[in-house]
Design a protein around this ligand. Sequence first.
Ligand SMILES: Cc1cc2nc3c(=O)[nH]c(=O)nc-3n(C[C@H](O)[C@H](O)[C@H](O)COP(=O)(O)OP(=O)(O)OC[C@H]3O[C@@H](n4cnc5c(N)ncnc54)[C@H](O)[C@@H]3O)c2cc1C
Length: 418
Amino acid sequence: MRQLQHVDIAVIGAGPAGLAAAAAARSAGAAVIIIERDDRAGGILNQCIHDGFGLQRFDCALTGGEYAHIDELACRDAGVELLTDTYVSSIERTESGFALHTMTTGLISVITAAAVILAMGCRERTAGAISLPGTRPAGIYTAGTAQRLTNMQNIMTGSRFLIIGSGDIGLIMARRVTLEGGSVAAVTEIQPYPGGLDRNIRQCLTDFSIPLYLETGIVEILGTDRVTGALIAPVGRDGLLDTTRSTHIPCDTILLSVGLIPENELTRSLDAVMDPVTGGPAVDEHLMTSVPGLFACGNVLQVHDVVDLVSQEAAHAGTCAAAYLRGERAEKRKTITLQAGEGIRYVLPQSMSAQGSTLLSCRVRKPMEDVTIQIRSGSELIYRQQLPYVQPSEMIQIPLDLSETAADTSVEVHCVRT
Ligand SMILES: Cc1cc2nc3c(=O)[nH]c(=O)nc-3n(C[C@H](O)[C@H](O)[C@H](O)COP(=O)(O)OP(=O)(O)OC[C@H]3O[C@@H](n4cnc5c(N)ncnc54)[C@H](O)[C@@H]3O)c2cc1C
């Protein structure tokens, strides 16, 4: 066992969230360590060799690696300690904060910290999660695994692809394998609308003439040793797949892009209150969980669509964690719960103090045109904004200030037709 190390703030994960949180906490005066299981910082961005990152934050299109490199340099310049090849296997509360049990090759250590920022990102849903019918021949990958193999290990996973699910990673991989000389027969989506961003539909499918079949599911995967094809079918009026109208798609590889699951095993082990819709912990406006001194940001908190918002959210978590250590929490006021109302799937943060302010994030349940976002407390209308179009794949952010309102128990966010 290595000697125990103590820091003010331990950040778990060196993806864009962990890096931004650490830099912000360090520049607010805290001694910070980032613990990363991979051999380098950057998280998922390391496998994203396409550009499009940093458009909002830097006003230019960077690759994932370039974006992460800027934040890693900022951390190193600021004096953040970065521990790579180190896995946080468990975490427990102590009298003075937290004890993190870490593993590097052949070495188990304990790092104690007064506060912890969770930035472990998320993992992909697999074939098991969607009860994929048929056999399990070789040639079935999650889109992120295929992305890692193609971009980091130069391994092309197949030549003729079918992509199930229209999440952003699947769309990006449709373009990627096409550029590498493969062909994509189709992308299928069980919902009546795409799961990914409009810009990815245009740039990754339309520009390469790759068809997107909405309201279409997979009936059977074909092949014994290797995938030889799949049967797909449209959703019928009864909501089930209409197998009488199934189509055979010849392919040797199937990529799954069917959703992401925030990596919250450590969070749950601390009995933090979880939000069943986001899959992440419930937080207040300081991004602190129900466990005092435990903060969360990035994809472990809510799955984001653009990394710029991950960095923005994480920097806020870092600043708040440092303020928490200085004892600068606002005096205890009444807690307001923030709730998803009509047309809204979830709202984050889930609570905030009365008369406080926050940058609220939410997602709608389905695509809608000409809507009004309303924030209400009982009969009081606190905020309204008209939007021409909303869709679940695009997070909506609203600066919410309760200082002028009488709201003192709960606030609901609604999305209604204008
Ligand atoms: C598979 C996949 C592919 C993606 N591809 C794209 C893309 O092509 N384009 C795009 O715009 N966006 C993509 N995204 C989304 C984008 O990368 C994320 O929005 C962003 O990386 C989230 O940042 P994060 O720091 O929250 O998480 P991550 O980038 O996932 O970073 C989390 C870090 O935590 C570390 N970690 C987790 N658990 C532990 C532990 N117990 N101990 C130590 N370290 C730990 C991980 O190793 C990782 O480095 C992808 C996401 C995924 C999951």
